[in-house]
Structure formats: C-alpha cells, structure tokens
Design a protein around this ligand. Structure first.
Ligand code: M6R
Length: 620
C-alpha cells in the first residue's frame, strides 16, 4: 500500500522526507520519490525499487538541487502501471509547476486522461495518478480559479472519483501543501514551526507526537505555522487533535500488537478497494481482463488452481460460479494439478489465485494449463509478479501488502475478486439477468460495512480463547460455502497456534471424524443463513446437536436473528445477515481472531512469523 509524506517547516525538507519515507517502508512498496519546492521551482527525484535506489538517484542529481523547506514524498505499491521510474511518484504537471503524490485509485482517470490528451498534454506514466498534476496546472493557469492554488485544488478534487489521498505542491506557493483524503488515510502532524503529513503517524512520530485526524472527505492546507481543514466545497471543517502514545514500532503497526491484527482490521478496505472500479453502474467490468466477452461466453468449464488460503478462496468461488454460471468448476491444489493430467482445452478457463503471484506450485499449474490450450485468468495481489505476467489476464486484489505470514485480508480480497469473475462470467453467458447481477453486486457492496461490524467481536473472541486456554485440538464444521470457511479457520489455527485443527464438511462427520469427538473438545460450527436453502440450515443444526450429545463444546457462528442455534451453542458469535454465498467474507473474520488469540494463549507471541512458514513459497 502506498505511503505518503509531506513536510512544510524551517529545516531542509529533503532529509526529513526521506526519513519519513523510511518509516513508510513497512507498508510495502516497489518505488519511491520526493519533490522539493524551492523559490519558484520544484525539483524531483524518483526511482523504482528500494529506497536505496532513490538515495542513489539523489546523489546522482545532487542533493543541492533539492533544496527547500517544503517537500512531498511517496512510496508506491503499484496498482495502475508497472513499478518503473516513470510510474513512480511524485508526478509533475506539463508546466513543471505542480507536483503531486497519490494513494488510492482514481476511478475516472481514463476519461480525464483522454480529455488531457485532447488538450495536447503529454502524459508520461501509465498511472491513474498523473492526471491530477496536469488538471491542477490547467485549473491554476486558466478560468475562474486562475492563480488561486486552493480554489484550483478544490476544483480538481471535486472532479475525481474513487478513493484517494492526494498531496499537491505548487511552485508559486513554495511554503504550502494542499492535501485531501477520501476513503484512504491521511494524518496531520503538528510540530513547532513545522507541519507534517503522513499516511499514518509513523511518518512523523520521530519529530512530533501531536497529530490531527481528518474526517472522511477532508481537504487540509498546511504551512509552517499551522493547518486549515475544509470540506471538498471549501467550507470550514474540523479535525480531531490527539497525542500519539505509541512508540515507533507500534506506530508502524497502526497501534496494533502485530501486523496480522492490523491486517485483519484492514479487511473492510481490502474488500472495498478490490470491488472498486468493477461496476460501471449497469454492468460488472473486468477491466484489467484481456479475455474477451466471446472467450467468456465460450468457456464450458472452470478449473481453479491455488494453494493454502488462496485454495480456500477458490473453493468458495466454486460454489458461487456453479450457482451463477451453471458450468462445472473443478478445484485443485496447485501442487497436484499437473501431475494428474487434468483434461483441459481452449474452452477451459483456469483461475489461478495467488496473493504473492510467486507461488511455485501455482505458477507451474499456470504453465501446464497454458500448454494444454486453456486460458488462464490470475487473481493476484502483487502487481507485476510472475503469475499475472504469465497469465492471459489478471484481476488484481487491492488488499495492499500483507506482511503477516498468515493470510487474512488477502484471503477476503481473493473471495471478492473471485466473485467478480463469477459475475463477469454469468453476465457474458447470460445465465443471470442484469437485475439479478445488480442485486448480487449490491449485496457485495454492503460487505465492507458488515465486516466493520464483525470486527466488534474482537473482545468476545478474546474471552472465548481465555476460557479455552491451551487447547490441544479443535475441529471446524461447515456445509456448502461454510465448508471452505471451516478449512480456512482450521488452517489459521494450525499456522498460528501450532495445534491440530481440521475442517470438515459437516455432513461428512458421521462417516468417520465423529469418532474424534470427546468431552470438552472445542468445535467451531459455521451456520448458513436460515433465510437461505432451508435444509442446509436445519441439517447443520442437527449436526450441532449430534456433537453436543457426545460432549463437544460448540463455538457457533450464526447470523443475527437465528434463534434456532441458541440452545446448542456454548458460545454464539453473531455476524450480520447476509446471503449465505457471501458468508466467507464475514464468518472468516472471527476465526482469524480466534486463531490469533489461541496462539497467544499457547505462548506463541510472534503471530506475524509462524515457525517454518514463508510468505512466498517459491519452491515446489
Ligand atoms: O501467495 P499465495 O496466495 O500463492 O500463497 C498461497 C499459500 O502459500 C498461502 O495462502 C498460505 O497458505 C498462507 N500462509 C495461509 O495463511
């Protein structure tokens, strides 16, 4: 996820900006850059790769060319456009007077870019961000906002759609930065005779502990002496001042004890950002997709290949795609795929799901699928990585960098992206009417707010984990799309707590695993909505009774208003009402908390780096 920094003050801004960027490194990035405003000019240095590359670039151009007391800086995590020098931020306007840095996605960048090109502006990068620099220069140079930095910035901001944090610097106003946030983070740091901006407080915690939180859709202007907050229409607005009581290490984790906890809490944004830009008001758009509608129509089967959590997200997709598209979906752990000689042809779509885009097993499965003539669509969280590079098309998940080895937000983003693919297929093949697709899309759009609600179970889960103490084994049961949730819950527990955990299809229990049930064995049960396929709900209620009768302690995850499960739950965790097919996006969250809390009970403090595991598994 991009990191943004800004400084206006009384010291050389370059060093402060580079230091602040160093504090943003933990967010994950593939390029970085700074721009410094001097008297009437703006100088810039940027480079793909690590911060060390930027420092080399600064040495090349000479730090003395980057003198000034106002600077903006950026660590980029590529979304639109590859990680290259040109695509790195800042971006400058055609007249060299404006520099901008941006985090988020400008969804209407394509028409804005077309208009700029028609106006004769030559764009230098492939990013969605660069348009903002040129638009500001145009607004400042002509019309009713001419010569007015603030009015020009507001004009540009009001023409942008999507989620963004933007910082604007203008050479004619070298002592000022104007910044805005809409759905992406931006915090103001208040020093003595100096002001800071950062994606989070880690950017400036070394320099000041006084900060201001901005409301949603806020614009802020900073100078060395202070800040002024306004709404997008220019009317005055307020922020909330606070004193940072974290140390630097905690600040990098957003105040959480671990990256994993931080990432669990980032899930509403991960799903929202993944959905963003894939609905044009009428239709699902697979805009990063180079598989044509004709191809989509022609597919008569889907194979999903993935590993670990990505595999579980694919299993959820199987239920959704078969239901929506009415074609068979086979799912295979990627490491087995090519060894069993699957039957593929040019009418087969292979969906390859990978957070890292580097997993060797999945990559080999992609290569095998291509040799068999199938089309490969990657779902990936890492721009420019190998799997999307070798696939025919890609849908990127926008979860931001995932640092915790156990996948959390990337998993939820994968489920969301897989569902986008499912809806795209249903639309192309006409297996769902447009109003049905719209209704499903609207349900998906509610999900981020519902995840926010689920995050409130944090405390309840902590208490459950404490009561359970150092458990030795745990089972997870689900039916239908609850089955992949059960598998994911069990995997999280194995990874973090190092205890035996298994997920089962609840109906399979009586065919063997029920022998494992003994007094006090904790069993998690994911209950489908009672408003859905009714037999599914009543069958799982029977399954809960069967295990309770044999002494199990049940931790039941059920939607609000489902009273049928109450008598059979030792612990009942509520999730908001949602169609059962969407449940993986909600019911997984308590299981992530549960695994983390049980791990801590078992004495595993470092949940970010479980033993024996690697974040990217690049060997078969
Ligand atoms: O990068 P990928 O999505 O391809 O990784 C796949 C698995 O290695 C990964 O999901 C792994 O299972 C996680 N540690 C699960 O938490």
């Amino acid at each position: 996820m991009c990191g943004i920094v800004g400084y206006v003050g009384n010291q050389q801004a370059l060093n402060i900006a580079v230091e602040a960027l160093r504090r943003m490194e933990y967010r994950g990035y593939d390029s970085s850059g700074v721009a410094v405003a001097g008297a009437g000019t703006i100088a810039m240095a940027k480079r793909a790769g690590k911060l060390a590359n930027l420092e080399d670039k600064i040495t090349e151009v000479g730090a003395d060319t980057l003198q000034g007391t106002t600077a903006i800086g950026h660590t980029r995590w590529a979304t639109h456009g590859r990680p290259t020098d040109e695509n790195a931020h800042p971006h400058m306007s055609f007249d060299g007077k404006v520099a901008i840095v941006h985090n988020g996605i400008i969804e209407n960048f394509a028409p804005l870019r077309d208009k700029l090109e028609r106006d004769g502006v030559e764009l230098k990068s492939e990013t969605d961000s660069e348009v903002a620099a040129h638009l500001l220069a145009q607004a400042y140079n002509e019309g009713d906002t001419q010569g007015d930095f603030r009015a020009s910035a507001l004009k540009v901001l009001n023409g942008l759609e999507g989620a963004f944090t933007l910082l604007f610097m203008h050479a004619d106003h070298p002592d000022q930065i104007i910044a805005a946030r809409r759905s992406t983070p931006l915090i103001v740091g208040v020093g003595e005779g100096e002001m800071f901006l950062g994606s989070d407080v880690a950017a400036f915690i070394e320099f000041t502990k006084q900060a201001v939180e901005l409301g949603q859709d806020s614009v802020v202007s900073i100078t060395a002496d202070g800040y002024e907050i306004m709404n997008f229409d220019g009317s005055p607005a307020e922020g909330t001042e606070f004193t940072i009581d974290w140390d630097l290490e905690a600040a990098e984790k957003g105040g959480f004890d671990s990256f994993m906890m931080k990432e669990i809490h980032e899930q509403p944004a991960a799903v929202r950002d993944t959905l963003a830009g894939h609905w044009d008001g009428e239709r699902v758009t697979l805009d990063e997709n180079t598989i044509s509608d004709t191809d989509l129509k022609s597919f008569n089967q889907v194979f999903v290949v993935a590993c670990g959590s990505a595999y579980h997200s694919g299993l959820a997709a199987k239920y959704a795609i078969e239901h929506w598209v009415r074609i068979p979906v086979q799912i295979e752990v990627a490491s087995e795929f090519r060894y069993r000689d699957p039957v593929l042809d040019e009418r087969t779509l292979v969906l390859a799901i990978s957070q890292s885009g580097e997993t060797a097993d999945t990559l080999e499965a992609v290569r095998h699928a291509k040799t068999q003539g199938a089309k490969v669509l990657a779902v990936c969280n890492t721009n420019g990585s190998q799997i999307p590079r070798e696939s025919d098309a890609v849908i990127y998940t926008h979860a931001g960098p995932e640092i915790g080895v156990a996948s959390t937000k990337a998993f939820l983003a994968q489920v969301a992206a897989n569902y986008i693919v499912g809806l795209g297929l249903a639309q192309a093949k006409g297996t769902k009417y447009p109003d049905e697709i719209r209704a499903i899309w609207e349900e998906l759009e509610w999900i981020p707010a519902k995840i926010e609600q689920v995050l409130q179970v944090r405390e309840q889960i902590g208490q459950i984990a404490q009561t359970l103490g150092q458990v030795k084994t745990m089972l997870f049961l689900g039916r239908g799309v609850g089955f992949p949730i059960a598998l994911e819950g069990a995997l999280k527990l194995k990874e973090l707590a190092y205890i035996h955990a298994e997920g089962f299809a609840a109906g399979e229990l009586k065919h063997g695993p029920i022998a494992l049930i003994e007094d006090d064995l904790p069993v998690v049960v994911i209950v489908p909505s009672p408003r859905g396929v009714s037999q599914l709900h009543s069958k799982i209620v029977s399954n809960i009774q069967e295990i309770r009768a044999r002494g199990a302690k049940t931790i039941v995850i059920a939607e609000e208003g489902d009273t049928a499960v109450e008598p059979y739950s030792n612990w009942l965790i509520r999730i908001p009402q949602t169609p059962t097919i969407m449940q993986p996006l909600l019911a997984t969250v308590p299981l992530q908390f549960l695994a983390a809390d049980i791990a801590l009970e078992c004495g595993n403090e470092d949940i970010d780096k479980p033993r024996n595991l690697a974040k990217s598994v690049t060997v078969e």
